[in-house]
Design a protein around this ligand. Sequence first.
Ligand SMILES: NC(=O)c1ccc[n+]([C@@H]2O[C@H](COP(=O)([O-])OP(=O)(O)OC[C@H]3O[C@@H](n4cnc5c(N)ncnc54)[C@H](OP(=O)(O)O)[C@@H]3O)[C@@H](O)[C@H]2O)c1
Length: 399
Amino acid sequence: MMFRNTTAARRSASAVAKRALSTKVLGAAARPTIASRVVTKTTAQIAATRGIKNINFGGVEEVVHERSDWPREKLLEYFKNDTLALIGYGSQGYGQGLNMRDNGLNVIIGVRKNGASWKAAIEDGWVPGENLFDVNEAVTRGTYVMNLLSDAAQSETWESIKPLITPEKTLYFSHGFSVIFKDLTKVETPKDVDVILVAPKGSGRTVRSLFKEGRGINSSFAVFNDVTGKAQEKALALAIAVGSGYVYETTFEKEVVSDLYGERGCLMGGIHGMFLAQYEVLRENGHSPSEAFNETVEEATQSLYPLIGKYGMDYMYDACSTTARRGALDWYPIFKDALKPVFQDLYESVRNGSETQRSLDFNSQPDYRSKLAEELDIIHDMEIWKVGKEVRKLRPENN
Ligand SMILES: NC(=O)c1ccc[n+]([C@@H]2O[C@H](COP(=O)([O-])OP(=O)(O)OC[C@H]3O[C@@H](n4cnc5c(N)ncnc54)[C@H](OP(=O)(O)O)[C@@H]3O)[C@@H](O)[C@H]2O)c1
């Protein structure tokens, strides 16, 4: 039992346990006020307490930049002579573009004429010929070229975009994919422009909704090429302009590797695989679909994972029954040992470009949307996710 072997851990566990007891922890709905205290701070209070900080993350010091360094007036002044040409209007284009527009900046959108994004942009109030153009026109007009095309499209369009990226421009990405795997993507960035990255850690919808709530998403930032000596400053300013709350530094390479690895692992692929494995074993042993789903997904997402998010894994251990705690403590090392080689293979597959190649090959096919839809239909038709639909209807808020 690693957790209980040190005095500090004991103290921490005992403090957590006291909190747990005092709030009848097993009923997760009546949570104590740690999170609500944070949430109920006003936007102004949050902004007033934020700036550049050295934070000790579990023993490692890192610099974190927060948005109070870049109040709106400073952003307006910084970008007063700039045209921010945002290319692509998918999830990130939507979130980042609207946030920058609401921040009062001079933003234009570049997408292919009459595609789905063109129509979506018009619906969001972008005006053809005024601040909505085709891709090449927008790149030509921009002082900042923010390449938010899909990663496959960045590769497909690079040949026509590259000659338009003249020395005075700054090139921006939200993923290190195209630049780091340039041997595969052919995105060889010009040597004479600043090349920067801001990668929001969430979908563009979340980038937008958090901004509208007066909060901000956390993002990483990186500099690939610094010609002017101002590339870092530009990246930080843009990070705040697009709606980040706090920003931590990375490199293009670390960003792309960790991102591809994470989404294939715990964020999506790994967790999906684990849900399926657990569910199938329950079903093969005669458990009903609703029981199998509740014990696999519903309790996880509705009760336990939010606790991990709010207070941490150690808190969750203390919040569970002694029976659950004993079992989880015994079994987590077994899962870790079984899964670590899979994660090591995955990391290598990302690092050596295999995952990038696969993604480019698949997503560049003209019929990639219908092929993807076929695979997603398989998930849609799985018993587990059909059961989920029914279970969700039974939630109190849906009655
Ligand atoms: N989504 C996320 O959660 C997320 C999070 C962080 C970073 N990122 C990064 O942000 C960038 C943008 O991602 P996204 O998810 O917002 O993009 P997306 O939704 O995949 O991007 C679609 C955009 O690319 C355009 N496009 C596709 N093929 C094209 C082609 N051949 N020529 C011209 N335009 C084409 C689409 O236009 P049409 O409508 O005309 O097809 C659309 O505007 C990527 O680098 C991604 O890795 C994404």
